[in-house]
Design a protein around this ligand. Sequence first.
Ligand code: 13P
Length: 256
Amino acid sequence: MKKDLRRVVIAGNWKMNKTRSESTELLKQLSDISANNDVIVVTCVPFTNLETALAVTKGTAIKVGAQNVHFEKNGAFTGEISADMLKELGVEYVVIGHSERRQYFGETDETVNLRTKAALDAGLIPLMCVGELLEEREACITEEVLARQIKLDMAGFTADQVKKTVIAYEPVWAIGTGKTATAEQAGEACGFIRSVIAKLHGNDVANAVTIQYGGSMNAKNATELLAQADVDGGLIGGASLIADDFKAIINAAVSG
Ligand code: 13P
């Protein structure tokens, strides 16, 4: 019941894949996805493909997202892109705090917090990523890690900002490894994240937040993962680069 109140978001994170011509080809293959008010479909493409993606997806049910955003409005930040720049293009979503950015590019909970706030201020919808490392799961501190990330990454948020943020639970050990969290593990972790939000902001806010699962989600396991009460969609890497696989995941969400 409560799940019916939430937006289901199926988002493809293309990471550093697809040139402009390759993007056009993939997006054209996806363009017949039919609009559905209950399931939002997003493709998060490299910065260089945003304009192309917006043009190719015009009039389709596919929304376009970026994969990062800087927290300052403008200035001497070579190589960075601001929220206003994305917004003016027509971009609606942005991935923030992906574990690859935390791991390889020095992203911290503090910068995730700043970037997410900047995105919200500009009217973008953040897909804010959290998740534990393998050693943290093995040390049985998954909940501690997730609680800390949610508290720090959303520090100072109003209830309305929390509600507008889509949270992606991505256990780092399941990303690109072919090792999916079991549906039960995914459901438990997403439920735990919701309970942390409930403690901070109350049940109404917690029940309104979309929480995705990400990590080796594919055409075969999507139905089971998406059937979990607290899993409201997916953030999909590898399988979002193959039109038929991404469509199968969308279908699993639509018929779920
Ligand atoms: P994979 O689906 O390739 O495991 O990637 C998940 C991910 O990192 C999405 O952001």
